[in-house]
Write a protein that binds this ligand. Sequence first.
Ligand code: TRP
Length: 447
Amino acid sequence: MTTDSNNTARTRVLTGITTTGTPHLGNYVGAIRPTVQASLNPATQGFYFLADYHALIKCDEPARIQRSTLEIAASWIAAGLDPERVMFYRQSDIPEIPELTWFLTCVTGKGVLNRAHAYKASVDKNNAAGNDPDADVSAGLFMYPVLMGADILMFKAHKVPVGRDQIQHIEMARDMASSFNHLYGEHLVLPEAVVEESVALLPGLDGRKMSKSYDNTIPLFSSSAQLKKLISGIVTDSRAPGEAKDTEGSALFQIYQAFASAQETNTLAKAYADGIGWGDAKQILFERIDREVAPMRAQYEELISNPAKVDAILLKGAAKARELATPLIKELRHAVGLRSLASHGGTQVSAKASRVTVPSFKQYREKDGQFYFKLVDPQGSVLLQSLGFNSPKDAGLAIAQLQQVDAKVITDFGTQIGLGEGVKLAEVTAALEALRTELAEKAKAKG
Ligand code: TRP
């Protein structure tokens, strides 16, 4: 859980779409529609983005990547995604992502990446063809899971809705997060894949999975007439009107099911049994899809003819997303040792040995015989510094007040407790909050 500005815990849900093609009905049913629905859940905070760095791995046509980015962004918005409500951005507008990719690259075993499905499939294919195992395999393809890990870990996502083929990538992202945390302290959140069982894999025109690579797709946005024409091309068997039809294995039926209510689906099943003609069934399918898509068409068209407007939306989204990414990358740079040479902790023992993850109070006695304390953050920077107390009990009481009440009580102590150099009160408040959470969790674990 993350705490937002309203102090409410919200689950962060994040997913991206690679910008290599024109969105089709399969993308709509499998990714666009479910994310739009999920974005309406007030208990979650959505992060939805256009994975254009990933697109470079698969596509070397600049114009196509640019067009696809526009089309997917416009589809998402036309389908109801509200950029004000969620984080909606383009991956390449977040320079922190490639930087985090490098940090993760350095904590990821090469052997782990050797086992990634997409890379392995290419190697297997080469081996089968008697080619060099890495023939035509770019290092980009090899690194695909790390870039994806950075997308996810950058925003401390808890849940990542993906298709089955992507589960392995989320598991790898988890491993990267735990390796990083193990080495450098608890900075990253371990994400979980969410595979929506009810989101059917949509068959395409030829009955195989709807996919660009099979060239069997129906674009999400085309004219009504075009949609009708494409639907008329869906494969069916040769049964004549009047003959009962099988719903099982019928691509037409499966596509209908992805759009229709349970009741509508039952009605069509009955019509199949009663021997509906394929032409009539296709007309029913066309009308059902058109009913869902027609209201979005105008906005889609409007956005496509105003690319500057889409750019502005994405840039605004990126600025919002970077409010989270910039401080995190700063924290991570510091954690790994890319930091000011004068900063505290510069000569400290390795982070591995001192895995402090939350701020902590340190009490100590000085040569003057008095009792002091300071509050330090996980990187060792001083957030609060006290002057001397006469007894350890007095110092302890002051700490207890800070912990139980709020950072604001430091004003009650006059000059006795001061902020660390360059530290803002809000940072101390946040640190105390983190400490409280930690203590509460420890208490809970104890039972
Ligand atoms: N690899 C995903 C796909 O092809 C797209 C993607 C890139 C993604 N980065 C992501 C999905 C992060 C979820 C989270 O479908």
